[in-house]
Design a protein. Structure first.
Length: 304
């Protein structure tokens, strides 16, 4: 959901929910996520959030064996008004209702989505809501998490999931936001395109594990921020050592100079921060890479 020109940038508060207590009960997971959104929307200190973010796979345990069981049909069509009341997705209905109740822009982490036209096709999908509770955009995870680190971790999302086929840039009343999911952060082209198309921040619900999280979670967040001189938010589930998949945690927000503004540990928590676009403008003025790129030497990935 983007217009040709992004809305004027203005300072805004953001809350990133490092959600825990995810169980085999979807009903419990949705209720707990709702409670945490309500709590996050209240703010903390001098931060009153206009944007609230949930982590990846918040309505189900994380793992390819769970995706088919917890998948929901959404049926969102870009450019068409979505009728939440007729939605088959209980997660969408809860998120829409809670966004409207709290009056925030809600980036609903991600859930397994089943294609309405093909029951055998599943996606890892983030749903994004306006303060009026409208479902305004979805992001289907573009890059699937297929890795094999001998002796440590093997994971293949492509066994059950299909990759999305588009980027997601959302125009809000506080500015344009880009959305990716987890493994998408490893592909710098997405953040490059988003930044050059006016995004003030990239938001990544994600669930890195204890191997890749320790190595790359912070590194990638700070790299995408510094490369593009934008804010980067990484929103993880809390770590549960009794679960099949052990999330890294360490939800964080990084500024355009690569400085961590806030960071969680690995337990369930909410981090709050203010995003000031002046920091982005200052970074670009002081280190003007945005005007120094040599597209006569290499191609502009944002020029399509």
């Amino acid at each position: 959901m983007t217009s040709s020109t992004p809305a004027a940038l203005q300072p805004f508060g953001i809350a990133l929910i490092q959600l825990g207590q995810v169980t085999g009960s979807k009903e419990h997971n949705l209720q707990h996520a709702r409670e945490m959104i309500l709590r996050a929307s209240q703010g903390q200190g001098n931060v009153k959030p206009q944007v609230v973010v949930l982590p990846e796979c918040f309505n189900s345990p994380y793992g390819v064996k769970y995706f088919p069981e917890y998948a929901e049909k959404i049926g969102f069509v870009p450019g068409s008004k979505y009728d939440v009341e007729k939605s088959e997705s209980e997660s969408v209905k809860m998120l829409s209702e809670t966004a409207k109740e709290t009056g925030v822009w809600l980036i609903g982490g991600s859930i397994p989505e089943r294609d309405v036209a093909d029951d055998n096709k599943l996606y890892n999908t983030s749903t994004i809501y306006s303060p009026q509770g409208e479902l305004v955009a979805i992001h289907r995870k573009v890059h699937l998490f297929d890795i094999d680190i001998p002796g440590k971790i093997t994971f293949q999302e492509s066994k059950v999931l299909s990759g999305g086929e588009s980027m997601t840039l959302v125009d809000t009343d506080v500015g344009r936001l880009g959305v990716g999911i987890c493994y998408d952060v490893r592909f710098p082209e997405m953040a490059m395109v988003a930044a050059r198309q006016g995004c003030v921040a990239m938001i990544y619900p994600g669930a890195f594990n204890l191997t890749t999280g320790n190595l790359h979670w912070e590194l990638l967040a700070r790299s995408r921020a510094v490369d593009n001189q934008i804010f980067v938010a990484m929103c993880s589930p809390a770590r549960d050592m009794n679960a099949d998949y052990h999330a890294w945690g360490h939800t964080m927000l990084v500024d355009p100079m690569g400085l961590k503004l806030e960071e969680a540990s690995h337990e369930e928590s909410i981090i709050f921060a203010n995003i000031d676009p002046e920091l982005m403008k200052e970074a670009r003025k002081n280190i003007p890479v945005t005007t120094q790129r040599r597209f006569d030497v290499y191609p502009d990935v944002a020029n399509n």
